[in-house]
Design a protein around this ligand. Structure first.
Ligand code: PGA
Length: 247
């Protein structure tokens, strides 16, 4: 049985005072369940704030080189040294706004695996690809290219998040049938690439998950949790998401 994951992608949101308030409210809620892992992906400047909380904290991006003249970038080693337990790789905003390619993501993934840092590989198609009916091969190609140097024994570091670009931040999540179809296709791809060693790899859904639709999304076969943007910023709404996963 795969452990479910409720992951918050805060993107470039929240000031220090707001992070402090979110964390103290979170601690008062005492959310916990054996089969659910909560993960927070804040801006990197806040990673250290999670140190004493026991919450899984991760970064939204990483650079593949170990150190050196890469102004503005952060390495795997640096992330680990401040307490990050994982990193998002290839979020569609990184791909679109910062021109990250599947090739570049494969290098980032190799750097994570080499230093035992877990990662969430994000994938998802733009609307025009779906309208042409090419979403399955498009997304499966994203996944297999990015994972091309990953071996069976590295799968412990991998989580996948399917996030159709047209569903991110739009209020229109994908339908149950669309999510079920893609998650099954990704699960089958993992089986083809890695065999039954891939059984433990979680596949999350992301894209306009909120407290209203979460329960229904979590009940879809092969959905092992969610990566949530907007609805994770407010602590009350985050609590509702957690309840949707656990009750
Ligand atoms: P959203 O973002 O929940 O605000 O749609 C999801 C994501 O981009 O990870």
């Amino acid at each position: 049985m795969r452990k479910q994951i409720l992951a918050a992608n805060w993107k470039m949101n929240l000031l220090q005072s707001e992070v402090d308030a979110w964390l103290s409210a979170f601690q008062q809620l005492n959310l916990g369940a054996d089969n659910v892992e909560i993960r927070i992906y804040p801006s990197a400047i806040y990673i250290k704030d999670f140190r004493e909380t026991g919450i899984h904290v991760g970064a939204q991006n990483v650079y593949e080189a170990p150190f050196g003249a890469y102004t503005g970038e952060i390495s795997v080693g640096q992330l680990k040294s401040v307490g990050a337990s994982s990193v998002l790789i290839g979020h569609s905003e990184r791909r679109k706004l910062f021109n990250e390619t599947d090739e570049m993501l494969a290098h980032k993934i190799s750097a994570c695996v080499a230093s035992n840092l877990s990662f969430v590989l994000c994938c998802g198609e733009p609307l025009e690809i779906r309208s042409r009916g090419e979403h399955l091969p498009y997304v499966l190609n994203q996944v297999s290219t990015a994972l091309r140097s990953v071996k069976k024994e590295d799968l412990q570091f991998l989580v996948i998040s399917y996030e159709p670009i047209w569903a991110i931040g739009t209020g229109n999540s994908a339908s149950n049938a669309e999510i079920a179809q893609m998650h099954l296709a990704i699960r089958n791809l993992l089986l083809e690439l890695f065999g039954s060693a891939s059984d433990g790899v979680q596949i999350l859904y992301g894209g306009s998950v909120n407290s209203q639709n979460a329960k229904q999304i979590f009940s879809i076969p092969n959905v092992d949790g969610a990566l949530v943007g907007g609805a994770s910023l407010d602590i009350n709404s985050f609590e509702q998401l957690f309840k949707a996963l656990t009750q």
